[in-house]
Design a protein around this ligand. Structure first.
Ligand code: ADP
Length: 590
């Protein structure tokens, strides 16, 4: 077995030898059939048995060497292998040449015996061009041994026929050898190309494997980084919210609001980086669910309006008549794209107005979303660049306005996933227009629940079990939940959570996932099993976790959890998640 990696040159040499030996073995049949024809159709074997059988024996030993080569050549190296190859050819070519010579000597040009051997010898010499094209030395040896003895005899005979025969044979020898050289070069070149191609392919495969490994490492790194950053950020955001909810002197309130605002920005940046890596890796799959489109657009307007008002910008909001109430698509991603475009429009506009227009494309189901502003505009040469990751039209502007340069890259990819294309038209100093058209088929009704519905059903004074090992996160949750009048029992791991659940009835379980002894998901699974065994009421469980990578939500929901909230979260999101999980059955479709 070859354990080392072969270079292209070594591989060519190895392939040439393998093919050469295989052709040598096939050549054995030619000699065997020549002997049979000679004995059968001519008197040679009877007239000259010693020459005939001597040559036959020699050829048989040549055949044996050829067979041995096929079986053992990989164990033979260098000069020995070379000698064996020459022997294998010599032991068959020399007796062939001798038989040819003898047929001329014993029977002359006009006899059938000579004709038989002439056909065989000249045919064999021409055929050997292919057989020996891989190894020029063998071709020379074969042609010389086969044709030169008879050529010599022709010359020695000296008459017109003899000389003509010798000249003809000489021309044939020269022709065969020059053709052989040419064929040999072509064959070796072809082998070399094949070996190079294979080497390139192997390199590509190695590079692909390395890239895949790097990608796995990147995903792992992102997952860890996300988890590690989210946990302390959750504490910062949560504590700021707790403090802001209480009584504060005006100056302190401003300071805490600054902390809270900065942590929100940080969370936005983190989410954009994670989102971009997911989109880039092709790991985003769009949902196809009913969207209450007009309602979603109204919510969006309410979100953007305060930002625009802050800068004194009126919002020009037009949803044309043909736009359906409900459509099918991915509400979260559509909102994300529009929010990014509107956010940029407000960010890069100092005076004038910002607008959104939604209209049906003429003669189709596609809807066109257009976001306009009268802001700084984008130079023509930067209009393509801004859709690339981390690209910004103007560094100084960025320093002024902030941003990661990822929003448009993500949005463009999401729009492409929806089947559209995000396009910009802009003039420096006058403003910009971003638009895309996507096919969002009209749907009967949106069964999706809007957050306000869940919030409207919110119950207070619930008995909640919180499993969380981080002491500060515990304080954040208890303070936020206390504000809604909930009674919270706190435990620090999954085992204690199960024990508490055994002792008491809870309205809901709030579980962190990564805890010592037993994680949240494992504890919920165990509780689900026990509920089934004991025929106990199902206690809703909400996962409050810093694991926010792709597939985490599904993993938790599949494991028996009813709600999922990624840290850091806003107080309102926590209340909504609890309301949703504890809502009586049937409310969701009201
Ligand atoms: P970010 O806004 O976080 O920098 P984006 O990918 O959303 O990242 O935008 C990339 C760049 O495109 C911005 O930095 C800005 O230079 C330019 N840009 C985007 N939208 C607008 C706009 N409405 N007006 C002017 N420039 C814009």
């Amino acid at each position: 077995m070859m354990s080392i990696t072969l270079t292209a040159a070594q591989q060519v040499a190895r392939q040439a030898v393998t093919e050469q030996i295989s052709r040598l073995v096939h050549g054995v049949y030619v000699y065997a059939s020549m002997l049979v024809v000679l004995a059968w159709t001519t008197p040679f074997a009877v007239d000259h048995p010693r020459v005939y059988w001597g040559c036959a024996a020699c050829m048989a030993s040549g055949a044996a060497v050829r067979l041995a080569l096929r079986l053992f050549w990989e164990r033979w190296r260098g000069a020995f292998l070379e000698t064996m190859l020459l022997t294998a050819v010599g032991l068959t070519s020399a007796p062939s040449g001798l038989l040819y010579l003898c047929s001329l000597l014993y029977y002359g040009f006009e006899d059938w015996t000579f004709t038989v051997l002439l056909i065989w010898t000249v045919g064999g010499a021409s055929g050997s061009m292919v057989s020996f094209a891989l190894t020029l030395r063998l071709l020379v040896l074969h042609v010389v041994l086969l044709l030169v003895p008879a050529l010599g005899l022709g010359l020695w005979q000296g008459d017109t026929r003899g000389i003509t025969f010798a000249i003809g044979t000489m021309v044939l020898v020269v022709f065969l050898l020059t053709q052989g050289v040419w064929l040999n070069r072509a064959y070796l070149k072809q082998l070399e190309d094949r070996a190079m191609e294979e080497a390139r392919l192997r390199e590509l495969e190695l590079a692909k494997a390395a890239a895949e490994a790097a990608n796995v490492a990147k995903s792992l790194f992102l997952a860890n980084m996300s988890h590690e950053i989210r946990t302390p950020m959750h504490v910062v955001m949560g504590m700021a919210q707790v403090v802001l909810a209480g009584e504060l002197p005006a100056e302190s309130r401003e300071n805490v609001e600054a902390i809270h605002g900065a942590s929100e920005t940080l969370l936005h940046v983190l989410n954009e980086i994670l989102d971009f890596s997911k989109v880039e890796a092709g790991k985003v799959e769009l949902e196809r669910a009913p969207i209450g489109l007009r309602r979603m657009l109204e919510e969006l307007r309410l979100t953007v309006r305060p930002l625009a008002t802050l800068k004194g910008l009126p919002l020009e909001w037009t949803v044309e008549d043909g736009v359906p109430e409900h459509v099918t698509g991915d509400a979260v991603r559509l909102r994300q794209v529009l929010m990014n475009l509107l956010g940029n429009a407000v960010k890069f506009t100092a005076a004038g107005a910002v607008g959104l227009r939604v209209a049906r494309e003429p003669g189709g189901e596609a809807l066109r979303f257009t976001v306009t502003d009268s802001g700084i505009g984008i130079p023509v040469d930067k209009q393509k660049l801004i859709f690339e990751a981390f690209a910004q039209a103007d560094g100084s502007v960025t320093r002024r306005f902030g941003g990661t340069g990822l929003g448009l890259a993500i949005s463009a990819k999401l729009v492409a996933l929806m089947g559209g294309s995000l396009t910009v038209r802009s003039e420096v100093g006058k403003g910009s227009e971003f638009w895309f058209a996507v096919c969002l088929p009209e749907s009967a009704a949106a069964s999706v629940e809007v957050p306000e519905q869940a919030a409207a059903r919110e119950r207070t004074g619930l008995r909640l079990l919180l499993a969380e090992d981080n002491a500060v996160s515990q304080r954040v949750a208890v303070a936020l939940l206390g504000k809604r009048g909930h009674h919270v029992t706190v435990v620090a791991n999954g085992v204690a959570a199960i024990a508490a659940w055994e002792r008491e009835e809870f309205d809901a379980l709030l579980m962190d996932n990564q805890m010592p002894e037993m994680g949240g998901l494992e504890a919920v699974r165990e509780i689900r099993e026990r509920e089934a065994k004991l025929n106990r009421r199902r206690t809703p469980a909400v996962m409050l976790t810093a694991s926010a990578m792709r597939g985490d939500r599904e993993r938790f929901l599949d494991g028996g959890v009813d709600g999922y909230l990624a840290k850091p979260f806003r107080a309102e999101e926590l209340y909504a998640a609890i309301a949703e999980a504890t809502a009586p059955p049937g409310c969701a479709t009201q």
